[in-house]
Design a protein around this ligand. Sequence first.
Ligand code: HEC
Ligand code: HEC
Length: 435
Amino acid sequence: MDLKTAQFTKHSKPIRQREILVKRQELWHSVCHPLCRRRYLNQNPHPEALEAVTRLQSLILLGAVLSVAGLSGCTRETPLEFASSEQVLALADPNDPENAEASKKLQDDLRAALAEYAGTHAEPKLISDSYVTQETLKLGQKVYDTNCLQCHGVSGDGNGPAAKYMYPRPRDYRKGLFKFTSTPYGYRPHRSDLMRTLRKGIQGTSMPSFKLLPEEELEAVVDYVMALGQRGELEAQLVEMVEFEEAVDPELIPEDYLPNVVNKWVDAQGSQVSPLSPQPVFTLEHVKRGEEAFLSKELGCFKCHGPDGRGQTPDNLAGNLKDNWGNATRAADLTSGILHGGQEPIDLYRRIYSGINGTPMPGFANALQSEPDKLWDLVAYVMHITNARRRINQLNEYKTKDEEVIAAPLPGPLKPYIPEVTPESATESEEPDDA
Ligand code: HEC
Ligand code: HEC
């Protein structure tokens, strides 16, 4: 830019700006008031002026519509927040207005303490592991809020907008209870259990597989699920404290209540169950011995699953059974061909040895401690009855597809089916330790 033009622009700038300002003022008056508008148009009877005014008016109208829409939630996203549990909400009794102020203070103190130790949606924290960074938890949160929230809810209460009609219901993580674990009965899950659930999904339920997500995202969302679980557990602990002490005592939290949450998770990471004896190559003998054990009074499997394993017991049929989350449950139909906790012998071993947390399915670790082989017999039997149904279904499918009768299932008792140990099942058994 040469000196001349520089001076020219320098001097002309304020003049030009004043001109523009005057024009804008005129336009503004012409638009904001119909009378002004008419006067303006009378003074400027050019089609461009008319056009400019009309254009401005529509712009203002559009702006108004957009901001109303934005305020009502159409375009502006409200930041997500963790909700308080039913127990926290119940601290304020609407029928007791006299204590309204005191109970509001209790709730506020409790929420503040919870946010301090377990974080907020904006700044999540994993209580049991301070090495997990904010960055990782934020990544986990992003994955969770995109893929899981619809079913499991923002705060992991299992009450997302899609959860209502599901059976079984999406897991409420806040009790720290997980069903399909490799740890002893009553223990928190091992990290690898959550990874396995994510990779494989839970067959026969709405829980999908997320094996296509990158490894880093799976790991991060597991951290986030653990953070949601621990937040819920601490919340329940703080409610207990408030009920007991009638106040939130900041000193007692790190001393008593925090360890109650953290220790269980730390213990679980070192307590995976390994089979008491190595997995045998299954024969019909195993299946037969398994059936005997299944029907024996000492173990009593048949009392819940029915003598034929189909779960057609009076309790089940009446639908009276409840799980720890308060949802209806029933002893599994072991012949359905669908096993929620996994198909492999080691999966079944763990279900029978450790039971299924939060449900009436007990663990048989103590009952079978001195007869470890019986556990594998039971595994063989359950695989036998579940595969028999699956095999018939497969044969039927095959028959209709090729319009050729291969081997139609015969009426009467099923031919015995002996589960094989495939190379795949042998490697699967190693999986929980490598994740
Ligand atoms: C379409 C609904 C749906 C979506 C989406 C979904 N889940 Fe689930 N999830 C379920 C249901 C239903 C169960 C309970 C199954 C049962 O009780 O057998 C479950 C159970 C679980 C469990 C508990 C497993 C156990 O051992 O108890 C975990 C952990 C879990 N989901 C994590 C996730 C994560 C993480 C995501 C997102 C990446 C996700 N889920 C997305 C429906 C869903
Ligand atoms: C007190 C009742 C009860 C008894 C006794 C019982 N079960 Fe169960 N069992 C259940 C319930 C309830 C479930 C379903 C849990 C769930 O997923 O909600 C179940 C689930 C199972 C599963 C898991 C199925 C799957 O989908 O993965 C297996 C395997 C099983 N039971 C085997 C046995 C065997 C073998 C015995 C005896 C050694 C036995 N059960 C005794 C109630 C019982």
